[in-house]
Design a protein around this ligand. Structure first.
Ligand code: NFS
Length: 642
C-alpha cells in the first residue's frame, strides 16, 4: 500500500451480477457509428456513408462525420454548462436568502471573479450581494446573444486575437450550443470545416465559460482546494461503518453530505445501530470535488461505480447527474442497497428520488438516516485494498508549492522547463473506459520517467491514484531530473487538479505560464500536451476540442470518432495545427501515447530554442554542467521556500 504498483484491486474479478466489463466482453462497438459514418438525423435514413456513398439527401461522409462530432461536442458542453449554471443559481439563491445552507468560503475567489464581471470597484456591496451580482453576471453569459464571454479574457492576448480573427470567439454559452444543434439539423450546415469551426466555438464556451464558472463558483462556495491527503480504491469503504457513496458531478450534494456526516445526532444514531461511525466516499467527478477540498476518499472512476455497490457494504448511493450507469438500479436492488437520485434533471427507474430543493442539508441528513437504517440489515464483507494519495492541487496550491506562501507563482516551473529539468508538462485527463486496459497508467508512467510533469483530472486521476501514482513514493518512478525537482518542492510528479470541469484550472495555468514569460507568447508555444487515453464521453470530446483550440496538441487514445473520414482526421490534426497551433489526434496503442506526447513536447522545446540545456537525449544526469545547473535550481528553490 502507498507505493506505485500495478496491483490495484482487480474489479473484473469480483463475483456479482453483470458490470460494464462483462458487457464490454459480450459486445463490440458498432463498426459504422464508431467511425462517424452513420447519419441518423432524419427518417430517410439512418444512412451508412462511405467515401463513395452519400446519404439519401446527398450528404457526404465528411459533412456527416463533422455533424456527428459537432453534436457530440455540444452535448458535452451542455453537460458542463448546466453544472456551472446550477452552481450560479445556487449562489444566487444564497444571496437572495433562499438557500441558507451555503456560505462564501473564499472571498478572494469571489473578488477575482467579480473583477472579470467588472464588479471589482463595488466595495459598497457586502459579500452576499457581491456573490449575487457575480452569479447574475454569469447567468447572463449563458444567454448572451452578442459580444464575448466574460471569462474568455483570462486567455492570453495573442490567443484572443487569433480567435477573434477567425470568428471563433464564443458569444453566449447556450447560444453556441443551440447554434450547433441548428447547424447540424438535416440540410443545414454542410461544409465540414465550417461545422468544425462551430464545434470549436462551442467547446471554447465550455473551457473558458461553463466549466470555468463551475470551478469558480464551487471554489467560492466550498473553498479553493489545498494539498490534502486521502486514499482510494474499494477498501475506502469501511465494513464496520455506515457507508454512503456519492456519485455524479455537482458538488452540492456531496458537500452537504460531508457536513451532515459529522452531525452529532446522526453519528450517535449510527453508533446505536452498531456502526463505528458514518463513512462518506465517492465515485466519479463528484468524488474528485470533495476529495480535493476535504480529503474524502474516492472509490475510483466511472468503471468503479458498479463494483462499489457489489462490495455489499454500501448502505446508500446518492447520485445526481452524468456518468451514472443505468445498471446501478438493478445491482442496487440485488444487493439490497438504497439508490437515491437527487437532481431534477436525472431520474433512474428503480431508484428513490429525494430532490435537494432549497433544503439540501436537510435532505443530506435524511439520506444519512436512511443509510443507517440500511446498515442495520447488512453483512460486512471486506471490500478490498486502498492506496494513499495526495490531492488538492488547484492552480493556487501549485503556485504556493512552487513559489512559497508569499511568492506563489509558476515562475519556478517556467525556469525549470527552460533549464531542461522539467522537459514539459502533460495533462492526462478524461474517463476510464472498460474497452481500454491500463491506457492512462502506462501513459503517466512513461511521461514521468521522461521528466515530464503530469497534471490530472477526472477518472484519469483516479486510475493513477489506485496505482500509487498520486502519492509521494511516485517520485521514485520519475526521471532523475524531475525527481530532484519534486523532492525539493515536496510534490509528487503527478498532480491531481480535480474534476473534469477543473480542466479549466489547467487552462488558467497555461495562461499564467505564458504571462510569466520565457516560454513564448502564446499557449501554442508552451512545451505542453493534453492526453485522454481512455476517453468515452461526449464531455471528453468537448474538452479535447477546447484544449486544441487553445493551442495545445491533444492526443486521444483508443479510437478516432471520425476515422471513416480522412478529410476530418486531417482537418483536426494538421489543419488545426496550422490554424490554431493546437491539434486533436488519435493513437489507439496506449504504449505509443507517451512517446508521441514527448515528441510533441520536444518539437516545441526545439522551436523555443531550449533543447541543448540540462537535458541530454536520454534525460540522465551526468556531466558537470548539468550537475551545476541542478545545484543552481536547488538553491533557487531553497531561497523561494525559505
Ligand atoms: Ni470526465 Fe468522463 Fe465522467 Fe468525470 Fe469520469 S467519465 S469526461 S472524468 S466521471 S465526467
Amino acid at each position: 500500500m502507498g507505493s506505485p504498483s500495478d496491483n490495484a484491486t482487480d474489479i473484473t474479478s469480483v463475483s456479482r451480477p453483470s458490470t460494464c466489463f462483462d458487457r464490454t466482453a459480450g459486445s463490440k462497438p458498432c463498426p459504422i457509428g464508431s467511425t462517424g459514418a452513420c447519419c441518423s438525423t432524419c427518417a430517410m435514413g439512418p444512412c451508412r456513408l462511405s467515401p463513395q456513398k452519400t446519404g439519401v439527401c446527398g450528404a457526404t461522409l465528411d459533412a456527416v462525420g463533422a455533424r456527428n462530432f459537432a453534436r457530440a461536442v455540444a452535448a458535452g458542453v451542455a453537460a458542463h454548462a448546466d453544472h456551472g449554471r446550477s452552481l450560479a443559481e445556487a449562489i444566487l439563491a444564497y444571496s437572495e436568502g433562499r438557500l441558507s445552507d451555503l456560505s462564501i468560503a473564499d472571498q478572494g475567489k469571489l473578488a477575482s471573479l467579480a473583477g472579470l464581471y467588472g464588479l471589482a470597484a463595488a466595495d459598497d456591496l457586502d459579500k452576499r450581494e457581491l456573490a449575487g451580482a457575480v452569479a447574475t453576471g454569469a447567468l447572463a453569459d449563458f444567454g448572451r446573444q452578442e459580444g464575448q464571454l466574460s471569462l474568455i479574457k483570462t486567455a492570453p492576448p495573442e490567443r484572443l486575437a487569433l480567435w477573434e480573427s477567425l470568428g471563433l470567439t464564443p458569444r453566449g454559452i447556450d447560444r453556441e450550443i443551440v447554434e450547433t444543434l441548428h447547424r447540424t439539423h438535416a440540410g443545414t450546415d454542410q461544409s465540414a470545416e465550417h461545422l468544425l469551426d462551430q464545434a470549436i466555438r462551442t467547446a471554447l464556451a465550455d473551457g473558458w465559460g461553463g466549466s470555468m464558472l463551475a470551478t469558480g463558483f464551487a471554489d467560492i462556495a466550498f473553498g479553493i482546494p489545498k494539498a490534502v491527503r486521502s486514499s482510494t480504491d474499494l477498501g475506502v469503504l469501511d465494513p464496520s461503518s455506515v457507508n454512503i457513496v456519492v456519485h455524479g458531478h455537482e458538488p452540492l450534494v456531496a458537500e452537504m453530505l460531508a457536513v451532515a456526516a459529522s452531525d452529532r445526532d446522526l453519528v450517535e444514531k449510527a453508533k446505536s445501530a452498531g456502526a463505528a461511525g458514518v463513512n462518506l466516499a465517492g465515485v466519479c467527478c463528484t468524488a474528485n470535488e470533495v476529495l480535493m477540498r476535504r480529503g474524502i476518499p474516492s472509490i475510483g472512476g466511472v468503471t468503479h461505480q458498479e463494483a462499489a455497490l457489489l462490495t455489499g457494504v454500501v448502505d446508500v448511493m446518492a447520485v445526481d447527474v452524468q456518468c451514472i450507469f443505468q445498471s446501478l438500479a438493478l445491482i442496487a436492488k440485488s444487493m439490497g442497497t438504497l439508490l437515491i437520485t437527487t437532481s431534477s434533471k436525472a431520474r433512474l427507474a428503480g431508484a428513490c428520488h429525494l430532490p435537494l430543493g432549497d433544503n439540501p442539508l436537510g435532505v443530506a441528513k435524511e439520506i444519512i438516516s436512511l443509510a443507517i437504517d440500511g446498515f442495520r440489515k447488512r453483512d460486512t464483507p471486506d471490500p478490498g485494498r486502498t492506496a494513499d494519495l495526495v490531492g488538492g492541487f488547484s492552480l493556487e496550491q501549485i503556485e504556493r508549492s512552487l513559489g512559497g506562501r508569499f511568492l506563489g507563482s509558476l515562475r519556478p516551473l517556467n525556469d525549470a522547463i527552460v533549464a531542461g529539468y522539467v522537459r514539459g508538462a502533460a495533462a492526462v485527463v478524461g474517463c476510464n473506459n472498460p474497452r481500454v486496459s491500463s491506457g492512462e497508467f502506462s501513459c503517466v508512467k512513461g511521461l514521468i520517467r521522461n521528466n515530464v510533469l503530469v497534471v490530472q483530472t477526472g477518472c484519469a486521476a483516479m486510475d493513477s491514484a489506485r496505482r500509487g501514482y498520486l502519492w509521494m513514493e511516485a517520485i521514485e518512478s520519475a526521471g532523475p531530473l524531475l525527481k530532484e525537482i519534486c523532492r525539493h518542492v515536496g510534490i509528487p510528479p503527478v498532480l491531481h487538479m480535480g474534476s473534469c470541469v477543473d480542466n479549466s484550472r489547467i487552462l488558467l495555468a497555461l495562461s499564467k505560464m505564458v504571462a510569466e514569460g520565457g516560454l513564448g507568447s502564446d499557449i501554442s508555444d508552451l512545451p505542453v500536451v493534453g492526453l485522454a487515453p481512455e476517453w468515452m464521453s461526449e464531455k471528453s470530446l468537448a474538452i479535447g476540442t477546447y484544449f486544441a483550440a487553445s493551442g495545445v496538441p491533444v492526443i486521444f487514445g483508443h479510437r478516432n470518432p471520425v476515422s471513416a473520414s480522412e478529410t476530418l482526421t486531417k482537418l483536426m490534426s494538421s489543419g488545426w495545427r496550422m490554424k490554431l497551433g493546437g491539434s486533436l489526434e488519435y493513437e489507439p496503442d496506449p504504449k505509443l501515447l507517451a512517446k508521441k506526447a514527448i515528441e510533441k513536447i520536444d518539437e516545441r522545446r526545439e522551436l523555443l530554442g531550449i533543447t541543448g540545456f540540462g537535458l541530454s537525449g536520454d534525460g540522465r544526469l551526468g556531466d558537470k554542467e548539468r550537475k551545476r545547473q541542478l545545484i543552481w535550481w536547488q538553491k533557487r528553490l531553497s531561497y523561494l521556500l525559505s
